[in-house]
Write a protein that binds this ligand. Structure first.
Ligand code: AMP
Length: 281
């Protein structure tokens, strides 16, 4: 396994691999790796000749400096995990390498980034698009792997690949969870034991909501928010039931069923957790 810090090295590495007929799989991450990341990496290893895992905490997608400063970092452990999986290449640039000049691009995602995360984290998806487009231009991946845990991000990246005419196939991966049901997240490392145990309520409630497909959207929405807010350790920032493709909020009187996704953000103390559920009936 090679660990590169420069754009030139990783670009040459990928181009050389391609010239030998190998396909490139890219797994973009911000490090502090967990089983969710590992699952994406394993899928890429299965499907590609070369797997590149990027580890870069992208400042342009943080709208809160404190959140950026506190974001978990664990490069040594990450390298060991990826070595154990026989990943071909880690790309871990510093900020100046990734952004040698200010990147002032503004992406237009139409209505996709006006709801949910986009509403509570202004410019977040614009920052995500800056880094993902750069990584795509550098590595020219055949496939790139993204988790359904960040559902809105996945939809926006599929859209980005279309508006920028990338050939890269965007491969989604289902959310990997802890035993309690809590979605794996680097931010879980910031939770106290008590918060972590209580955070399991988020997915348990979403699962229960998934059975309420005969009820109207507004009823299910209010029920989920009320149920989670009953827990003194948790505070719902939003729970929105939306169309899975357009991400537009579903009509309050519409029946909650097939084609809908329920996306949630919850604060456990200072830690912000997100999750989602697909309604399938
Ligand atoms: P991050 O390092 O949090 O930016 O995540 C890197 C990639 O891993 C993104 O595509 C995430 O959606 C994905 N990911 C994060 N957590 C999970 C999870 N629990 N299950 C599956 N994929 C995940």
């Amino acid at each position: 396994m090679v660990v590169f810090k420069t754009v030139r090295e990783v670009r040459d590495f990928c181009q050389e691999g391609k010239s030998k007929g190998k396909s490139i799989g890219l797994v973009p991450t911000m490090g502090a790796l967990h089983e969710g990341h590992v699952a994406l990496v394993k899928k890429s290893l299965e499907e590609n000749g070369i797997t590149v895992v990027s580890i870069f905490i992208n400042p342009s997608q943080f709208n809160n400096r404190n959140d950026l400063n506190k974001y978990p970092r664990n490069m040594e452990a990450d390298i060991q995990i990826l070595k154990g999986l026989s990943v071909d290449c880690i790309f871990a640039p510093d900020v100046n390498e990734m952004y040698p000049a200010p990147d002032e691009r503004l992406f237009n995602f139409g209505s996709l980034d006006k709801t949910m995360e986009g509403r509570f984290r202004p410019n977040h998806f614009n920052g995500v698009a800056k880094i993902v487009s750069r990584l795509f231009q550098i590595t020219e991946p055949d496939r790139a792997y993204f988790g359904e845990k960040d559902f809105q991000q996945l939809v926006i990246i599929k859209h980005l690949a279309k508006i920028l005419n990338y050939d890269t196939v965007i491969v989604p991966y289902p959310t990997v969870r802890e035993k309690t049901g809590l979605a794996q997240s680097s931010r879980n490392k910031l939770l106290t034991g008590k918060q972590r145990a209580n955070a399991a309520v988020i997915y348990l409630t979403l699962m229960e909501a998934a059975g309420k497909t005969d009820l109207p959207v507004s009823t299910v929405r209010d029920w989920v928010i009320g149920k989670i807010n009953e827990n003194p350790h948790l505070d719902v920032e939003y729970f929105e039931i939306a169309d899975r493709e357009t991400l537009q909020p579903s009509h309050p009187r519409e029946r909650t069923g097939n084609g809908h996704v329920g996306c949630i953000a919850v604060k456990a103390g200072e830690v912000r957790l997100i999750d989602n559920i697909l309604f399938n009936k």
